[in-house]
Design a protein around this ligand. Structure first.
Ligand code: KPL
Length: 327
């Protein structure tokens, strides 16, 4: 398949390399320094299944033939801009795979692709839940700090047939795959994990594996519990023992990884806190329920991000008008 990866950060680049290794034609759209490095010497993957991959890379959406599928791998905070740019470039937009953390991802993409007054055809959107740890070490080099799993929807009928080729594409990346009929629950399971791991690791500057020890363990468990409460309010029941077991499996499998939220803070970028903790607080609030631990950590990460920005971290390269910010 002809795959366009929009948002060649850590996950976009790593998944691009996996798809290339599986025989697909892959173009990455990313930041200028990353694109320059890939053009000069290929994309290097260190860690799990290492290699050097001669991928095509560009800083803008390419003007060539329409891709068979877009892996839209920008962070949740850049989704709106990126989807808007894709909607302007490709009419109708090709099917899109969405691997983001957080809640409300499809809604954001659909709203951006079909703005009021300019309704268009609804594209095929395939959400994927993954626990693959990845870090962009430097331009041209991504580290796969361990392995992870993919959870994909299992949908019967015509809707299922429409997404099936793209699920096959994702399966070709070589990660263990689980196909779930109750995919919404899978989204919640991942949201619980991100709600517990990401803010604590970002707040304290620690790798995921440190969460096994107090005081971080206690903080992660308090956040996990509140996220379970929000899930329950959304009619998804995840028992405490199951949630904890899932949390520690991911913490151990990604022990050496710096969570994506910590990486964002370190680079002076926005974080996905709104799509994770912010979404949970909103869901609970709409039922008249407060989540005190989540609200506190949400406030702290917002404040940290604001401090990093005013401390003068360089604006995201590629933030030029008309181009998605985190390509
Ligand atoms: O999804 C992740 C993230 O960092 O965003 C985990 C699975 C927690 C890996 O770090």
């Amino acid at each position: 398949m002809r795959v366009l990866v929009v948002g060649a950060g850590a996950i976009g680049s790593l998944f691009g390399a996996r798809l290339f290794a599986a025989g697909h034609s892959v173009t990455l759209v990313g930041r200028p320094e990353h694109v320059r490095a890939i053009r000069a010497g290929g994309l290097r993957v260190d860690g799990d299944r290492p290699g050097l991959f001669p991928l095509t890379a560009d800083v803008d959406l390419p003007s060539g033939p329409v891709p068979d599928v877009i892996l839209l791998a920008v962070k949740s905070y850049d989704l709106d801009d990126a989807a808007r740019a894709i909607g302007q470039r490709f009419r109708p937009p090709p099917p899109m795979v969405l691997p983001q953390n957080g809640w409300g991802i499809e809604t954001t993409v659909l709203r951006a692709l079909t703005p009021p007054g300019a309704p268009g055809p609804v594209p095929v959107l395939v959400r994927v839940v993954h626990s693959v740890p990845a870090t962009l070490e430097r331009p041209g080099v991504v580290r796969a700090a361990g392995t992870g799993t993919l959870v994909l929807p299992r949908v019967e009928g015509p809707d299922g047939a429409a997404i099936e080729p793209f699920l096959g594409l994702l399966e070709s990346m070589g990660y263990p795959v689980e196909r779930r009929v109750d995919f919404d629950r899978a989204l919640w399971e991942k949201l619980l994990i991100n709600a517990a791991i990401n803010p604590v690791t970002a707040d304290h500057g620690i790798v995921n594996g440190r969460l096994i020890d107090d005081p971080w363990r206690g903080q992660a468990l308090a956040l996990l519990d509140e996220a379970r409460r929000a899930a329950e309010l959304a009619q998804v029941r995840i028992p405490a023992e199951e949630a904890e077991r899932r949390l520690w499996v991911v913490v151990r499998a990604t022990a050496a990884n710096r969570s994506s939220m910590l990486q964002d803070l370190e680079r002076g970028r926005p974080t996905e806190i709104e799509a994770i903790s912010g979404a949970l607080v909103e869901i609970a609030r709409s039922h008249g329920v407060r989540l005190p631990h989540t609200e506190r950590v949400l406030g702290r990460i917002r404040a940290r991000a604001a401090r990093q920005r005013t401390a003068g971290a360089a604006p995201a390269p590629g933030a030029a008008a008309g181009r998605p910010k985190d390509l």
